[in-house]
Design a protein around this ligand. Sequence first.
Ligand SMILES: Cc1ncc(COP(=O)(O)O)c(C=O)c1O
Length: 340
Amino acid sequence: MIDLRSDTVTRPTAGMRQAIAEAEVGDDVYGEDPTVNALEAEVAELFGHEAALFTPTGSMANQIALQLVAPRGTELLCDADAHVVTYETGAAAALGGISTRTWPAVGAAIDADQVAAMVRPDGYHAVPTTAIAVEQTHNRGGGGVIPLATLRELRRIADGAGLRLHCDGARIWHAHAADGVPLKEYGALFDTLSVCLSKGLGAPVGSLVIGSAERIAAGRVIRKRLGGGMRQAGVLAAAGRYALKHHLGRLADDHARAARLAEELAPFGVVAGAVRTNIVPLDLTKAPYDAPTIAAAARKDGVLVSVLGPRTARLVTHLDLDDSAVDRAIEVLTRVARGA
Ligand SMILES: Cc1ncc(COP(=O)(O)O)c(C=O)c1O
């Protein structure tokens, strides 16, 4: 099977499995796992922050960060398609007591003035805005990269209104690879970031929350409350450290393969928008077939794609796909699109 559904489907490489096998471990709830401690220090340093906290998932990392930046009974502003309000089962409200208000789904093309106009100050009956969250790269926004100038503008707005800025950076590595913006430059713009090791970087498990030492100490308590205090988690952190060392530098290959998919499939009218990173959105609104039909036909020929809506599908390139897999996917999807 050539699995283009997501970059989360990768399996640990032989080298990564060896790093897992050799990991030094301890009880991380006591703060005694040397491999977790090393990973947390390395990731904090990468983004120029004081501290980081290892979590099992990106969703938990996001929700810890949101609780850190938006106190109960206050409001978070984000995109209508943001992962934090679309795919995290209402956790901001259910667990954090956080109200969310969204700007229209625009992916990475954020209008900072529109965000500024949404900010509500504390006052009679109002839910005060305390934080803004952005997603870099934007998952439902086709892997789009928010320009640095927009992020700087949002930082200026947040500072002016006394708000905190969070980045869901599950795939911030891809933004760094696509735009060449140093990770530290991204780090300097946000109060908190979440990053994932289990997406494009190819680790089986693991994310981190990044921020000040004080915030991360508070985040450690929230993580335990959420049931995320892990014991000998060094076996997982070792995979993450290996991924950062060996897989960060190869993301441009995934981007080139995604660009080739987009180019080759464009004549069939199935690809919408410019592909910047490893996600290729398929817009089938004008096609004579819908997304489930395409996905079912492709599956018969050994190619898996994600169905995101009746007329929206998605292809994602990753570590487990090489050029020949992409060639084969183009061949199958081209045939399927002609015959569907
Ligand atoms: C942008 C974004 N944020 C957060 C997550 C959550 O990660 P997890 O599946 O590890 O909870 C994902 C998952 O795909 C994602 O795409």
